[in-house]
Design a protein. Sequence first.
Length: 206
Amino acid sequence: MSYPNINEAEDFFEYVIKERNSSPYPFLPEWEKTFREHCNKVAKNAQKIASRTSDMNPELCFVMGLLHDCGRIRDEKAENRHHSWIGYQLMSSKGWSDIARICITHNFYEKGFEVKSDNVCNDDISSCLKFLSQIEYNDYDYLIQLTDILNDMGTDCTIEYRFSSLANRYPISQDQIRQFSNIIKNRLLYFNAKCNCNIYELLGIK
């Protein structure tokens, strides 16, 4: 099995936080709080949506959601790294290949889609893009992309709200916001149909 069970994932999640807090760049208390809340809500929402499908593993979806941001074991800004590649390397070292790929795919909405920033390591981005060129996206990749966006710092939200919040924190242009939003809206429509329900209603998003 290339992913941990829920108990193992929860233990590893605590390990990630402990390691970050023992580093030269620990979480600020509020950052740790929102990190915990966001990852746990992404996990629960992914599990809930998967439970409405006939062909997805809800336990796997929970674990993917909980550990999708495990690359934040390091401070990417201070260390000029990208949490996608840090997470991929960390999960690969544990032999959890199913989770390793999610660390990358949740940030790259389409293959060849490059995250552009002056504040991240180009080598890490290149490594992510090389990995993406060797895979085909699946429903698990799409689901974690969606559930990651439908939660802003621990609070479930609409796609529009989430990207507006991200734009206030990161250098994202209006053209990028439109591009990102259209991709994730297609993910939402896909899971509405796959689950035969309204995902916003299922998650209580208004």
